[in-house]
Design a protein around this ligand. Structure first.
Ligand SMILES: NC(=O)c1ccc[n+]([C@@H]2O[C@H](COP(=O)([O-])OP(=O)(O)OC[C@H]3O[C@@H](n4cnc5c(N)ncnc54)[C@H](O)[C@@H]3O)[C@@H](O)[C@H]2O)c1
Ligand SMILES: [Zn+2]
Length: 362
């Protein structure tokens, strides 16, 4: 079929394909058969996703056992993972069983954690249903759960057998969740691929209408970027860090507001604006490029308010972030549209200035 895209995540013996095709939901089973995936299949999902897509999943995966977990980041815990273990044991899952995650990043991270640890690891397939999971969370093998106050504190690297992406499932995604994924695509464009950045702008109307003809290539490009970086740097020692563009500040804003105010992508949207401002101040980034980024982010719609948030408290949260190495603040700064680099000498005063520019209070 011509509307298929295939991207290979090259990781030696653990290499796997990311397959993207509209109406893929009706062909999950036959695709897995073709990939040599065993017949004992367990679909982990949540009631929200299942209400829209459960019937298609059941029809396309005959004989699979479904395991539903509660919807929401607050349920991304070891307690929920242990419910998945219980269901796997009840259904007599064995080493040859395959865990299939059907849902957003929360379901993917949790089902992946269960797959990584059950019987010391069983095969795992990602069927991401949010834009964010399709372009980011489902590719790269990071799985895990929150623990105590720590986000993604407990987890593993467990690469999937395949990632099966159907852009048509995005039709039922709430608009705000859809936009949240678009910020991550802007991240790829700004940090790694100027053509992608330009295309998001040109195709924004079709993307917002969720036209699969516009979505498929943009998801494919994002996955291609993530796949290449993951293949060269699975554990984020070097190049993978560029994908943290917007994230150090984004994470700080999320944790400062206790994960209530921002969706992840929205916080990343702010984080990119602040990093771009800092890059302009340093003379790394032409101000026209920063303006192009701000205008594209603006076109997606309003971001949550930040006027009551303190720049100094945000820096406090940046300091606690596990991405600070040797006490120094590492930040990804854009150097042009499609280019970014990691700098390791950003001072807190500099960061405060840029947070104030973005509209935070002292
Ligand atoms: N593993 C990684 O590399 C990685 C990367 C980025 C983010 N993450 C994790 O991903 C999580 C966020 O993922 P998310 O943004 O997908 O959020 P999510 O999984 O919470 O999904 C958002 C909401 O959309 C609903 N939903 C999902 N698909 C739908 C569909 N097709 N139609 C209607 N509703 C649908 C969900 O039930 C949920 O209510 C966070 O926990 C984050 O830590 C992981
Ligand atoms: Zn992200």
């Amino acid at each position: 079929m011509t509307d298929w895209s295939r991207i290979d995540v090259a990781m030696g013996a653990r290499s796997y394909p990311v397959l993207i095709a509209p109406a893929f939901m009706s062909r999950l089973g036959s695709t897995l058969d073709g990939l040599g995936c065993g017949p004992r299949r367990f679909v982990v999902s949540n009631p929200t996703v299942w209400r829209f897509w459960g019937q298609q999943a059941t029809e396309s995966l005959p004989g699979a056992t479904s395991i539903l977990v509660p919807d929401g980041e607050r349920f991304k815990t070891l307690a929920t993972v242990s419910r998945i273990y219980d269901e796997l044991i009840r259904a007599e899952a064995d080493r040859a069983s395959v865990v299939i995650a059907l849902g957003g990043g929360v379901v993917g991270d949790m089902a992946g954690h269960a797959a990584a640890t059950f019987l010391r690891g069983v095969a795992f397939v990602q069927v991401p249903t949010t834009l964010l999971a399709q372009v980011d969370a489902a590719v790269g093998g990071k799985v895990g759960v929150n623990y105590g106050d720590g986000k993604n504190m407990v987890g593993a690297f467990h690469q999937p057998l395949a990632v099966l992406i159907d852009p048509s499932v995005l039709a039922t995604l709430p608009r705000r969740e859809f936009r949240s994924g678009l910020y991550e695509i802007i991240k790829y464009g700004m940090a790694c691929d100027g053509d992608l950045f330009a295309r998001i702008r040109t195709d924004l109307g079709s993307l917002f209408r969720r036209e699969t003809g516009a979505l498929t290539p943009i998801i494919a490009d994002s996955c291609r970027i993530k796949a290449a970086i993951v293949a060269s740097d699975e554990r984020e020692a070097g190049p993978r860090r560029v994908l943290n563009f917007g994230h150090t500040i984004g994470h700080a804003l999320e944790s400062l507001t206790r994960y209530h105010r921002f969706l992840h992508g929205e916080a990343v949207g702010f984080g990119m604006l602040v990093a771009a401002d800092l890059a302009v101040r340093r003379g790394f980034l032409p101000s026209d490029d920063a303006k192009a980024l701000a205008s594209l982010i603006g076109e997606l719609g309003p971001l949550p308010p930040i006027g009551d948030l303190s720049a100094h408290e945000t820096v406090e949260h940046v300091r606690r972030d596990k991405k600070i190495l040797d006490g120094r603040l590492h930040l990804v700064l854009p150097t042009g549209i499609g280019h970014a680099r990691v700098v390791s000498d950003v001072s807190e005063a500099e960061l405060v200035e840029s947070l104030l520019d973005a509209g935070l209070v002292a």
